[in-house]
Ligand binder design. Structure first.
Ligand code: JFZ
Length: 335
């Protein structure tokens, strides 16, 4: 464990990237702004599966430049990148044989975005990790759905009907979501996709699990077993709770007080504005000074800072993120 954790303990600063099909609506559905994280839009607005999948037809990130992304991270002093290989909307940002709901098969772009990112990380000497939503998956049948009501964050005209249905169907709002069991989803989608991720991209430094909705020990063990494909990989603590502590804790959006530190390794992930996934109208950027203070505070307590960027649907980093990252890089040079 100590040996696998060594690079991570020295890293202190990494880039989180939340990028997926949700960048197309960018936080807007039926002309209305949907509350909370842009990556949750399908769930918050209870968008039907077939409607949501139409966004992929407009997902054509021709400005995507993995080399520039990694260089931007490196220039800001970041030592690793964790990207959403698949978020809760189930959209694989890589070529997958386990589901057609992936960037190669479902978009006009037609290219795997992880391949060039892995190459660029290798070139610039940054470690690469994959975020994989192992439990929640709102498009691949059988995936879990957190039971959030439709009205939360969005005045959905169909909310009364949808909420009743959702409460009765463990969080789902579209019958298409329940045409397989979770056990089938784990065996036919999650396990094969994690195998693909740990086989096709060279060294994978981190597997970043998230929101273990309805996870069982059995599902968790099946996924955990796949990690053997990457002997040096480390994982966070969100595969399943309890019993699967992973290699480090993940307090979210907040820096623990000294009293809250218990000697376990930890990483705080944080947004630069108010969303993980791109929202066209969120311009509430934290100041560069705040971000630098956070980094110093975290590093002084022996934690890591995983700072998020939510690229838009063309493949560009929002201006606010670029400005902050440049500012942090300047500060790094003199300190
Ligand atoms: C999850 C995701 O649902 C979200 O979209 C984003 O990817 C984020 C990084 O992770 O959200 C969480 C997960 C855990 C907590 C809060 C939000 N938590 O432990 O407080």
């Amino acid at each position: 464990h100590d040996q696998r954790m060594q690079w991570w303990r020295n890293a202190r600063f990494g880039m989180f990237i939340h990028w997926g099909d949700y960048a197309v609506p960018g936080g807007v559905y039926k002309g209305q702004q949907v509350g909370r994280g842009g990556e949750w839009i399908m769930n918050r607005a209870k968008i039907p599966v077939a409607t949501y999948q139409q966004y992929a037809r407009q997902f054509n990130p021709t400005k995507y430049d993995a080399d520039a992304w990694v260089k931007t991270a490196k220039d800001a002093g970041m030592k690793y990148i964790v990207i959403t290989a698949k978020h809760h909307d189930g959209f694989a940002m890589f070529k997958s044989n386990a589901s057609k709901w992936n960037i190669v098969d479902a978009t006009p772009y037609g290219k795997d975005i992880l391949k060039p990112l892995a190459a660029a990380c290798k070139k610039y000497g940054l470690k690469l990790g994959f975020y994989y939503s192992q439990a929640q998956d709102w498009n691949n049948p059988g995936g879990a759905a957190a039971r959030k009501i439709a009205t939360e964050g969005w005045p959905n005209p169909d909310s009364a009907r949808i909420d009743a249905y959702t409460m009765e169907h463990s969080g789902h709002w579209d019958p298409a979501q329940t045409t397989a069991s979770m056990s089938e989803y784990i065996d036919k989608v999650a396990v094969p996709q994690v195998k693909e991720l740990l086989t096709n991209y060279g060294e994978v430094a981190v597997l970043w699990w998230d929101t273990p909705t309805n996870m069982t020990d059995e599902y968790a063990e099946k996924l955990q077993a796949v990690l053997a494909l990457q002997p040096n990989i480390i994982t966070n603590d969100r595969l399943k709770r309890p019993n699967f502590p992973g290699d480090y804790k993940t307090p979210e959006q907040k820096i623990p007080s000294p009293a809250e530190l218990d000697g376990r390794d930890w990483e705080t992930c944080m947004t630069m504005n108010g969303t993980w996934g791109y929202k066209s109208y969120d311009h509430k950027w934290k100041s560069t000074e705040t971000l630098i203070r956070n980094l110093v505070d975290i590093a002084s307590k022996n934690g890591n800072y995983l700072l998020n960027v939510g690229p838009d649907a063309t493949g560009a980093f929002p201006e606010g993120s670029l400005t902050a990252l440049k500012g942090i890089g300047q500060w790094m040079k003199v300190n």
